[in-house]
Design a protein around this ligand. Structure first.
Ligand SMILES: [Zn+2]
Ligand SMILES: [Zn+2]
Ligand SMILES: [Zn+2]
Length: 277
């Protein structure tokens, strides 16, 4: 299986759009892996994870035709994960030859934002019901898409909605995609994780040096979280461990994140990183 990390930043991007802190200034000066767009990933060129405003740039950068994709898993409605307006461009008027249907899975807040952006007067001549199907999704739901089995897991994130993270399985390989979530998962979520053995885990390291005790993780949360997964038998020395979804407010440069990970057998994601496992 293959995962492509197309974007690896938290909401404001890295450097932040309006930010001149030392980390953002360093990123602008150095460029390369220090530049991060908003978080989005692609599994085996088939499963699209989240749809930030940078999705269009990701399609350009990575040479992708999103009209060939049929499954989009949306974790929650925050703008760095869900920019629904661009979905209108899957209509035949804008997206010639887009194949079949795009199935979108997301919670109620994601669904509400979707219809608020699509069902506006300007787009009424271009209904997309035939080419995009929205599926309201809850924690514990099991989704079947082609050869994939996907399990929605309740996240420890914005309590105003039901944020989800996803377990994705195909051909004997299993991935945990954990963006965005803190470490304080519900017993239901731990039960769902405990039933799996992961070949790759992708963990929220938004806060960098810091920890805020939930909502997001920082590096102080990562090792205890991996230890808990190890104790549950979900993770072992063969599991690829990745940290992702970084904020400049974590006060670490890309090189510092990479060095921290290298000492612990953990990969710090960057835009364009591909992992095969
Ligand atoms: Zn986010
Ligand atoms: Zn900054
Ligand atoms: Zn979020």
């Amino acid at each position: 299986m293959k995962i492509l990390y197309m974007g690896t930043a938290a909401a404001e991007g890295w450097p932040g759009l309006f930010c001149s802190c030392p980390i953002c200034s360093h990123a602008r000066k150095e460029g390369g892996k220090n530049l991060r767009t908003r978080t989005q990933a692609l599994l085996d060129d088939e499963i699209l994870l989240d749809f930030p405003p940078d999705s269009y740039c990701h399609a350009l950068k990575y040479g992708l035709d999103f009209g060939k994709l049929h499954t989009l898993l949306v974790t929650h409605s925050h703008m760095d994960h869900w920019f629904p307006t661009d979905i209108i461009h899957r209509h035949e008027h804008f997206g010639h030859g887009a194949e079949g249907v795009l199935d979108i899975y997301g919670n109620e807040a994601v669904e509400k934002a979707f219809y608020e952006h699509i069902l506006i007067d300007r787009f009424k001549p271009h209904p997309i019901d035939d080419v995009v199907h929205f599926h309201r999704t809850h924690g514990g739901d099991r989704i079947h898409a082609g050869e994939w089995e996907i399990i929605a897991v309740p996240a420890d994130h914005d309590k105003r909605e039901e944020p989800l993270v996803y377990i994705c399985k195909k051909g004997g390989k299993t991935v945990f995609y954990g963006h965005d979530t803190g470490a304080n998962l519900s017993p239901e979520a731990w039960d769902l994780l405990a039933a799996e053995h992961f070949d790759l885990i992708s963990l929220d390291a938004t806060m960098g040096l810091k920890t805020i005790g939930g909502y997001h993780m920082g590096l102080p949360d990562i090792e205890p979280f991996i230890q808990k997964l190890t104790d549950l038998g979900c993770v072992d020395s063969h599991t690829v461990k990745v940290i992702n979804h970084f904020s400049h407010n974590g006060e670490m440069t890309h090189d510092q994140l990479t060095a921290w990970g290298a000492e612990r057998g953990i990969l710090a994601a960057y835009d364009g990183m591909t992992v095969e496992f």
